[in-house]
Design a protein around this ligand. Structure first.
Ligand SMILES: Cc1ncc(COP(=O)(O)O)c(C=O)c1O
Length: 426
């Protein structure tokens, strides 16, 4: 039933029927969660073998001859840097392996540029009073949290199906030297699952920012996280930037949080020699060395990059049915109403749903009352402000499939109920 073509009376009837279904679901006292993008138990179990590759009789010496049980090697053990070099598509010399969180490395990176100029002669960003950061929307709330924390004005840049609106990005960065960077999740973006097109990557690489210290925060968190048999391909940003003479512009990040264990994996970053010099100087004060035993554990477990890719296929087997549950529910329940749009990603961790404008908060509230927790409406926008009150991020990975089916049923009832309410009251 196309709600937008319904008479007032038809909408009232539909509302009454939905309200009854809603009250029935509410009466079940459910407790379901589609909020955060956490791997489910079956995915965590996939990496259990990693816990057995090191024990008290293991050889703890890495390729560079360093005893991994002791302090040393700030940038991480050689074989782990090599593994991340291949994951990120860069040279090993440009990689630093850190602790267990890439978000932590991103926070440190911004923090570093706040206090030390990344380019000689530029001001540290804390001295730039009207500092600004570009934020593709919808985007990752924790990225916006970092630049919000450091007092940046955050300029939303709409996402297109090819990535951020590059006309807007080019125009803004060329005209305002207080714009210091942009957040990017270039492959299977959070939350839409969009992969930037080759042209978008090339346009990023060819940017001519007014600020000499403009940096692209290239968070490739989902670089090898396919959920279908038709994976997306992302052009290599470092190669493109080198070609365009902009090698210092991108800073790349990733981690094994969604490969092995979130919070207990390994994170890495990569950047040009010039950039890494400034960052490692800071890290020198911050830490003596990161957890090399965990790096060794990861390297021993996977063997090489192909080993990581093989492991990701197992994740795909678990995640693919979950994405299908979500997409089938949306297609069956919401498509006929013509009130919502959503993405059908080939990878990543999320499905991004745009419900009828003006109803996202209401949908999240209705779901909560019926026992389904969703990411807060607005979370995908800087400062939590979605101007259309429309975007909701669905995270299918964590709940068991039977719970996910129930949760999606309730989500669709709530989306329809909120749409009817809105249309009736218009
Ligand atoms: C885009 C993106 N970057 C980073 C992270 C967090 O990564 P880490 O666990 O390495 O800090 C997430 C987690 O959901 C994410 O979606």
């Amino acid at each position: 039933m196309d709600y937008l073509k319904c008479s007032a009376q038809e909408l009232e009837q539909e509302y009454a029927s939905l309200k009854k279904q809603y009250e029935d679901e509410k009466g079940k006292g459910l407790s379901l969660n589609m909020a955060r993008g956490k791997p489910g138990k079956a995915q965590l179990d996939l990496s259990l073998g990693m816990l057995d590759v090191i024990n008290s009789s293991s050889e703890f010496v890495g390729a560079d001859g360093m005893d991994c049980r002791n302090y040393g090697i700030l940038k991480g053990i050689d074989e782990c840097r090599q593994l991340f070099a291949e994951i990120l598509g860069v040279e090993k010399e440009n990689v630093m392996v850190g602790g267990s969180s890439s978000l932590n490395m991103m926070f440190d990176t911004i923090s570093c540029m706040m206090t030390k100029p990344i380019v000689e002669g530029c001001k540290p960003w804390y001295e730039v009073e009207n500092r600004k950061f570009l934020c593709p929307v919808p985007g990752y709330d924790r990225h916006f949290g970092i630049t919000g924390y450091y007092g940046f004005e955050m300029i939303p840049v709409p996402m297109t199906e090819d990535g951020p609106d590059m006309d807007m990005v080019e125009e803004l960065v060329a005209s305002d030297d207080s714009i210091k960077g942009i957040w990017c999740v270039p492959k299977y973006s959070n939350p839409q699952g969009i992969t930037y097109s080759d042209e978008t990557v090339r346009r990023f690489a060819a940017l001519k920012p007014a600020a000499k210290d403009f940096r692209i925060m290239w968070d490739n968190a989902y670089c090898i996280h396919d959920v279908t048999d038709t994976p997306d391909e992302l052009l290599n940003i470092m190669d493109a930037c080198k070609e365009a003479g902009n090698e210092d512009m991108p800073i790349l990040f990733c981690s094994t949080s969604k490969i092995t264990f979130p919070g207990a994996g390994v994170a890495a970053m990569a950047a040009s020699e010039n950039n890494m010099k400034v960052f490692t100087e800071r890290y020198n004060f911050e830490v003596i060395s990161y957890d090399k035993l965990n790096m060794l554990r990861h390297v021993k477990y996977f063997g090489n990059y192909q080993g990581v890719l093989d492991h990701m296929k197992k994740h795909k087997e678990v995640l693919q049915p979950k994405f299908e549950i979500v997409l089938n529910a949306l297609e069956t329940e919401l498509a006929p109403t013509a009130t919502a749009q959503w993405t059908k990603p080939n990878g990543g961790y999320f499905v991004s749903v745009d419900v009828l404008p003006g109803t996202a908060k209401r949908v999240v509230e209705l779901c909560k009352e019926a026992g389904v927790v969703l990411t807060g409406a607005g979370a995908t926008y800087p400062l939590g402000k979605d101007p259309k009150d429309s975007n909701i991020r669905i995270a299918p990975s964590f709940p068991p499939n039977s719970e996910l089916e129930q949760a999606m049923e309730i989500f669709c009832i709530c989306a329809k109920l909120a749409a009817c309410e809105k249309l009736i009251n218009q």
